[in-house]
Design a protein around this ligand. Structure first.
Ligand SMILES: Cc1ncc(COP(=O)(O)O)c(C=O)c1O
Length: 383
């Protein structure tokens, strides 16, 4: 009964691990330390919560314009223009949950037979949305010993007459890599030369410790061909609020999909988003500082594990250590969970180049990081 479109999407390797976590919890094991979460462990700043509650009490509980509240669209455009150098105005902003933005982008711009380049390893949902749109994901390898920086020549080599788009995610989930400006400029030149459109996923743009976040849409010739997505989930610990945005020269086609699917983003959440952007930024800055401290702590502790190597990522809140042993990443993740009661995500879930690694989110307390890595050390030494 299931559509061929959905059948084309392979089951996620992450599901096996989360099923195992559930089974273990159901059997009474309650000391599992999770490094598998893709979200900040902080609570949304109080001023943002207050804005949502106020808005509800004032009866702001109805549909909004499908593209979003005018004040919010202006805030997003102004801050993106100022910080990212993207030449956008409010008319270029569509307010929508980030994942929904990516899904609608794929439905709006991909046709069956189109090829989409995805640097590998990559966030798990890119492959799925490309397949759901009937197009073909084409992985472009990136490597541990190159810090997972994309090699533009490998991008060029992967292009065929069917190549329609490339997806660039910087800072990256799962590697935390921030793509250098030179790399992005070289990719931009290739996109202009070969007439390729870009989905630029910049959802971790504020969680950056060193290096510089560069928006592809700010580079010469890129504004007209780049669809930039970002949002509040990671920056303000607002994953459950489901709000983000898409910025592009032409958002009318995607808005057509929005009007026929979710209609608009949740009304009072949009009011809270205005407060998040216009209000004080101390909580956001403190969270990023705390993540940096945890990254350094985790790297320190991981460096004591034999046969394990880890890059020092410039952004996001993930480490992507590589194990120099002849064991596949699903087995490693399973053993860490069953024997050490530590949940990580197997690297293979993020594409072929993820094999041999695992993703570890350090959106966890310092105590959990210390205890969890001590447990990992025991299990990995026994492999
Ligand atoms: C790279 C990347 N893009 C997009 C998203 C989706 O964000 P949201 O949950 O705000 O829709 C995530 C969430 O984990 C992500 O890691």
């Amino acid at each position: 009964m299931v559509s061929q479109r959905l059948q084309a999407v392979p089951p996620s390797d992450t599901v096996a691990i989360s099923n195992l976590v559930s089974e273990m919890k159901a059997s009474g094991i309650d000391d599992i330390i999770s490094f598998s979460l893709g979200e900040p462990d902080f609570t949304t700043p109080g001023n943002v919560i207050d804005a949502a509650v106020d808005s509800l009490h004032k009866g702001f509980t109805h549909y909004t314009p499908s593209m979003g509240l005018p004040e919010l669209r202006k805030d997003i455009a102004d801050s993106t223009r100022a910080k990212n150098g993207i030449p956008c105005g409010p008319q270029n902003v569509l307010v929508t949950p980030t994942k929904q933005a990516i899904f609608m982008w794929a439905l709006a711009y991909l046709d069956p037979g189109d090829e989409v380049l995805i640097p590998d390893p990559a966030w798990v949902s890119y492959e799925a949305v490309v397949l759901l749109a009937g197009a073909k994901p084409v992985y472009v390898p990136t490597y541990f010993n190159e810090g997972y920086v994309i090699d533009p020549e490998r991008v060029r080599a992967a292009i065929t007459p069917k190549t329609k788009a490339i997806i660039i995610n910087s800072p990256s989930n799962p590697t935390g890599a921030v793509q250098p400006e030179d790399t992005l400029k070289a990719i931009a030149e290739i996109c202009v030369e070969k007439d390729i459109i870009v989905l630029a996923d910049e959802i971790y743009e504020h969680i950056i410790y060193s290096g510089k976040h560069v928006s592809l849409a700010s580079l010469p010739g890129m504004w007209e061909r780049t669809y930039t997505v970002s949002g509040l989930s990671k920056t303000y610990a607002m994953t459950g609020w489901r709000i983000g945005w898409l910025i592009a020269d032409d958002i009318k086609s995607i808005n057509k999909l929005q009007t026929h699917s979710i209609t608009c983003c949740t009304s009072f959440v949009q009011q809270a988003a205005i407060e998040a952007i216009e209000g004080p930024q101390e909580a956001r800055d403190a969270m990023v500082k705390e993540f940096k401290k945890r990254r350094d702590l985790a790297l320190d502790l991981l460096s004591e594990i034999k046969d394990l190597e880890c890059n020092k990522p410039d952004g996001a809140f993930y480490l992507f250590p590589r194990l120099d042993k002849d064991v596949d990443s699903n087995t490693v993740a399973k053993k860490l969970l069953q024997e050490g009661h530590v949940a990580v995500t197997p690297g293979r879930a993020f594409g072929p180049c993820g094999e041999g690694s695992f993703r570890m989110s350090y959106a966890a307390s310092e105590d959990d990081i210390t205890e969890g890595i001590a447990r990992m050390r025991k299990v990995l030494n026994s492999l």
